[in-house]
Design a protein around this ligand. Structure first.
Ligand SMILES: Nc1ncnc2c1ncn2[C@@H]1O[C@H](COP(=O)(O)OP(=O)(O)O)[C@@H](O)[C@H]1O
Ligand SMILES: [Mg+2]
Length: 302
């Protein structure tokens, strides 16, 4: 993988940074939530992804560039920013789903457990087993609840009792009690929120260590959204979660770390996504380093 932008990794041009100071208006996300957030010493974090100089293009047109941050185990990392800034594009890089998008190219470095995710010996299918993905719209297969969960383990030839694998995944997905008496019924008979928890449980069935979620609640009502958020906080005990969300309150409520992206108008007239700032969620929402972050999280733009 070539890395044409490595030299720009530490690019902090003066106009990009403003002195740190309290945000003039802070977003009302419930200060109790933010105050209660764990503030961990940097060395206690166990990085699972390390990104540097990441750039993604579609048919040669750069969609996002200069992306560098890391994702730790047992943390929730939120990607926020206006539409088109490349959040979904970047998320898809983390499990090599962009491999499936015609014309998509990825440059820069993405290490996963210290190894180049795009290295020639890495099997993308194995990657997608270890790094699950949940989408905006729940997308269960037109099969029974049981078969939805068993699908991945069967394809992968996972060993063990399938009933146990299915039950464990549904329990971890906070769905078991609601569906244990109707495992053989079609998943389409579930509510939208249940379907989304089924999709999360389906990713858990193949024993991932990371779950990527692209706006997982945007098609759900507030009660279902709350259940998914509670589930995310439970899953954090065991997994690493990266979530794209349009919902700022959601990012503030659930995430430990936040990366803020923006769309920048380039000299050649193209618009590309850039990462503005990556920090503890509490800092991003109450004391961001960059005025563009502050304007976005306080709702002045975006
Ligand atoms: N499959 C694709 N083919 C071509 N361009 C794409 C594709 N997916 C996204 N893009 C472009 O990449 C940019 C970032 O899009 P996206 O990652 O979807 O942003 P976000 O998720 O932040 O809204 C946009 O300009 C979008 O048009
Ligand atoms: Mg998107």
């Amino acid at each position: 993988m070539t890395d044409p932008h490595r030299q720009q990794e530490d690019d902090r041009s003066p106009e990009r940074s403003v002195p740190r100071g309290p945000a003039e208006t802070s977003l009302d996300v419930g200060s109790a939530t933010l105050e209660g957030k764990r503030s961990r010493p940097a060395k206690a974090r166990e990085p699972i992804f390390e990104l540097s100089g990441v750039e993604v293009a579609y048919s040669g047109k750069v969609a996002v560039r200069d992306i560098g941050f890391d994702v730790a185990m047992k943390e929730i990392t939120a990607l926020i920013g206006p539409s088109g800034c490349g959040k979904s594009t970047l998320l898809r890089c983390l499990n090599r789903m962009n491999d499936l998008v015609p014309g998509a190219t990825v440059a820069g470095t993405i290490n996963y457990h210290g190894q180049d995710l795009y290295g020639s010996t890495v099997d993308p299918v194995e990657v997608r087993k270890r790094i699950g993905m949940v989408f905006q719209k729940p997308n269960p297969f037109p099969k029974s609840i049981y078969d939805n969960i068993a699908f991945g383990p069967r394809v992968l030839g996972m060993k063990g009792d399938m009933d146990e694998i299915v039950e464990r995944a549904l329990r971890r997905g906070a769905l078991w009690d609601e569906v244990k008496d109707r495992l053989k019924t079609n998943a389409f008979g579930m509510s939208g929120g249940q379907q989304q928890r089924l999709c999360i449980a389906r990713t858990l069935a193949t024993d991932p260590d990371v779950i990527l979620m692209d706006e997982p609640c945007s098609a759900l009502d507030p009660i279902s959204t709350g259940k998914i958020e509670d589930l995310m906080l439970e899953l954090r005990e065991r997994y690493s979660i990266v979530i794209v969300t349009h919902n700022m309150q959601q990012a503030a409520r659930v995430s430990d770390m936040t990366a803020f992206f923006t769309v920048q108008l380039e000299e050649d007239g193209h618009r590309t996504g850039r990462m503005v700032e990556f920090d503890e969620t509490q800092t991003i929402f109450t004391n961001p380093n960059d005025e563009r972050t502050e304007a976005y999280v306080t709702g002045k733009v975006g």
